[in-house]
Ligand binder design. Structure first.
Ligand SMILES: C[S@@+](CC[C@H](N)C(=O)[O-])C[C@H]1O[C@@H](n2cnc3c(N)ncnc32)[C@H](O)[C@@H]1O
Length: 185
């Protein structure tokens, strides 16, 4: 399940399509560049981003991906993402849910896990592991107070424990961290 209700997500976007200031915040833009720099490979054939928001992170990552698929629960966010990355595929889904098909070799979970509850995180991890065992996983996690029932570090710990791979720290600092796991052979 998601710990944060759909109504609340839609309220966040009620006054505009950039509620976290992704387009204007130097911190967010630097984090997007750091996210790209933390990837394990120079290019991917198919990327899936969970909780893609308005596509600002996608704008940084899509140029090195053959295909880019983003999912989000809020239509306002998806419309902005389609404008940000016209060649991308953006799908409305309230997670956890069956994810869009594709030969995904990179799956990005940036600032999304702490919107879910522990069962939802475990369900998502099980689906990713079953359907895309060879994909690289990249998590970006805010380390301050999330404002949600689950905090970022706890959500990340739950996800990593449910994903039996070799995880390592790939970037970040005092405010956020980036963790990466290679796909299983
Ligand atoms: C903090 S933003 C992160 C956006 C982007 N991944 C990034 O790092 O810049 C979180 C996004 O996840 C979406 N989201 C939160 N819970 C969700 C859920 N259960 N299902 C789908 N999307 C969700 C929100 O609508 C929001 O756009």
């Amino acid at each position: 399940m998601s710990a944060v209700h759909l109504d609340h997500l839609e309220t966040l976007y009620a006054s505009g399509d950039d509620p976290w200031g992704f387009r204007t915040s130097a911190y967010e833009q630097a984090k997007f560049r750091a996210t790209r720099a933390a990837l394990g490979r120079p290019a991917y054939s198919s990327t899936l981003e969970l909780g893609c928001g308005n596509g600002e992170l996608a704008r940084h990552i899509a140029p090195i991906c053959g295909q880019y698929t983003g999912v989000d629960a809020v239509e306002t966010a998806l419309q902005a993402a389609r404008r940000a990355v016209p060649g991308g595929r953006f799908v409305k889904l309230f997670l956890p849910a069956p994810l869009p098909d594709g030969p995904h070799d990179l799956i990005i979970l940036s600032e999304i896990l702490y919107f879910l509850d522990p069962d939802g995180i475990r369900a998502l991890a099980a689906q990713l592991d079953r359907r895309w065992p060879g994909a690289e996983l990249l998590c970006v996690t805010w380390l301050g107070h999330s404002g949600n029932p689950l905090q970022g570090r706890d959500a990340l710990d739950l996800f990593r424990a449910a994903t039996p791979r070799g995880w390592h720290r790939a970037g970040g600092g005092a405010r956020y961290r980036i963790d990466r796991a290679e796909g299983r052979a």
